[in-house]
Design a protein around this ligand. Structure first.
Ligand SMILES: NC(=O)c1ccc[n+]([C@@H]2O[C@H](COP(=O)([O-])OP(=O)(O)OC[C@H]3O[C@@H](n4cnc5c(N)ncnc54)[C@H](O)[C@@H]3O)[C@@H](O)[C@H]2O)c1
Length: 249
């Protein structure tokens, strides 16, 4: 896959899956705008330095992607300083787990804003640039939980299911302009988000994964790189499971 002369914006890329996606896209030749919240600025800069070590351009922009003005600034800086926004990867996400009866308004709003509204805000801003060039790729990171539901994660499951509806709608709106929109639904991936799971829950989850192992951030990054490439030009509005078969039930 050759992504040279493309500029990608990857949200939430100071660590975990976003970092792996940024490095994979850079390895395929893209220049990358990495983004994360201000408290992750140091880690974000080290992702940017790893990209530069691959001889690609990297720009680190701290911004809260659930904030409309922050997203406008992020995409504006990307377009002005890097020349365009060809690929958008909506990766930033958080969890605030709780059963519905105990879930606070704040738990709900935080997750819906960071995991779903952010993808709408980033896509709206990036599409203006993609439409001008009649080429674009939007890849959003959903979750198997968005398809299957999960006790204790109603906010997260709703946000991730929302990503799928948003993706299909964008695909229909801009397909005629050479722009595709797809989502990836990872299963259980080894990152900071999943490290707090105790051994008992890990074993229960492992029994539900036909391929018998936990996924890596790189497994997700490979799928993103494909969907971002020219080779995936006839694929849009899809949700690709990267879950070791977990969603088969
Ligand atoms: N790890 C898994 O098993 C798994 C499974 C399915 C889906 N996902 C999804 O993959 C994505 C990445 O998750 P991860 O496992 O790498 O988690 P992670 O917590 O390691 O990384 C998420 C990154 O997003 C950043 N972020 C949080 N709020 C932000 C905001 N408002 N603006 C900008 N950045 C923000 C965080 O600072 C962090 O660097 C998320 O959307 C997550 O829901 C993860």
């Amino acid at each position: 896959m050759d992504l040279s002369n493309k500029v990608a914006v990857v949200t939430g890329s100071a660590r975990g899956i976003g970092r792996a996606i940024s490095l994979k896209l850079a390895g395929a030749g893209a220049d990358i705008v990495v983004n994360d919240i201000p408290s992750a600025a140091e880690a974000l800069e080290s992702t940017a330095n790893e990209i530069r070590a691959l001889k690609r351009k990297a720009l680190a922009v701290t911004a809260d992607v659930s904030s409309s003005p922050d997203v406008a600034r992020l995409i504006d800086i990307a377009a002005k300083k890097m020349g365009s926004v060809d690929i958008l990867v909506n990766n930033a996400g958080v969890t605030r787990d709780q059963i519905v009866m105990r879930m606070t308004d704040e738990d709900w709003d935080t997750v819906l804003n960071i995991d779903l509204k952010s993808a709408f805000l980033c896509a709206r801003a990036a599409l203006r640039h993609m439409i001008k060039r009649r080429w674009g790729r939007i890849v959003s990171i959903a979750s198997v939980v968005g398809m299957m539901g999960n006790a204790g994660q109603a906010n997260y499951a709703a946000a991730k299911a929302g990503i799928m509806g948003l993706t299909r709608s964008i695909a229909k709106e801009v397909g005629s302009r050479g722009i595709t929109a797809n989502a990836i639904a990872p299963g259980f991936i080894e990152t900071k988000m999943t490290e707090q799971l105790d051994e008992k829950h890990r074993q229960i989850l492992m029994q539900r994964i036909p391929l018998g192992s936990i996924g890596t951030p790189e497994d997700v990054a490979e799928a993103v790189a494909f969907l971002a490439s020219e080779e995936a030009k006839y694929i849009t509005g899809q949700v690709l499971g990267v879950d070791g078969g977990m969603s088969l039930g």
